[in-house]
Design a protein around this ligand. Structure first.
Ligand code: MG
Length: 256
């Protein structure tokens, strides 16, 4: 194997990928358990406290907490918030909201990262369609994560699903390589041209995470320096998995 690439991408051995499954598993478990606790009247701070306890009780470390100064174990982004919502006791979920939860755990110094958008009680048909299309877009991207393809194949597949449904794809935020660090090269764009960009090789591990909007794909950052919202105030959804590129095809490491 190569220990150094000029593009900074860290190729993992199959035993390293095996080791990453533990962090991925815990990340997926906590995401699922947070999802099960989402209902009207619950604050995102309560969800955050639950997530931190859950990860620590399982012997992991919250990967987000303190990352770049982020205060939470989860990012909790309601409705028009796309990503990076700071958990707060004042952010109380209400019937009809959608909420994107992004969280990750570090286990044995390997990092897992995953996200999903959840319905709070009954939601509109449009909001449900946004959630469903975003998840389908993520899986379309994951399907392209095979040796011999290029990053552009992933981005193109994601973009095709989202835009053909009439939705927008956020440009300013992307997926990423992941391993010892949560964010490693390369950036994994959610748009692109088939056959373009970095060649995908066995041993790469990437987080594929489309952020899809009901209206404009343009976003802005809130004054807290973290929360990212759509410029038109329309809702957004976000799904993410940590995926290893192997000779046998894509392997999702964030499996509950
Ligand atoms: Mg990520």
């Amino acid at each position: 194997m190569r220990f150094f690439r000029p593009d900074g991408i860290k190729i993992k051995t199959s035993s390293q990928i095996e080791a990453m499954k533990e962090a991925g598993h815990l990340s997926a478990q906590v995401l699922r358990e947070v999802g099960a606790r989402i209902s009207p009247g619950v604050s995102t701070l309560e969800l955050d406290e639950f997530a931190e306890e859950y990860i620590r009780a399982a012997g992991g470390v919250p990967a987000f907490k303190g990352y770049g100064g982020f205060p939470g174990t989860i990012c909790a982004s309601i409705n028009e918030m796309v990503v990076h919502g700071i958990p707060s006791k004042d952010a109380v979920l209400k019937e009809g909201d959608i909420v994107s939860i992004d969280t990750g755990a570090t286990v044995n110094r390997w990092v897992g990262d995953n996200a999903a958008t959840f319905a709070v009680g009954n939601i509109s048909e449009d909001a449900q369609r946004l959630i469903d299309v975003t998840e389908v877009a993520m899986w379309a991207g994951i399907e392209q994560a095979v040796p011999g393809n290029h990053l552009g194949d992933i981005g193109h597949a994601v973009q095709e699903v989202a835009e053909s449904a009439g939705f927008g794809v956020v440009r300013e935020y992307t997926g990423h390589g992941i391993g010892r660090k949560m964010h490693e090269p390369p950036s994994v764009y959610n748009y692109g041209q088939p056959g373009w960009g970095t060649l995908l090789e066995e041993g790469m591990v990437i987080a594929i995470e489309p952020m899809v909007t009901m209206g404009t794909f343009r976003v802005r950052t809130l004054e807290d320096g973290w929360g990212v919202v759509t410029r038109d105030g329309k809702p957004a959804a976000h799904f993410e998995r940590t995926v290893a590129i192997t000779a046998d095809g894509p392997v999702v490491l964030t499996e509950a």
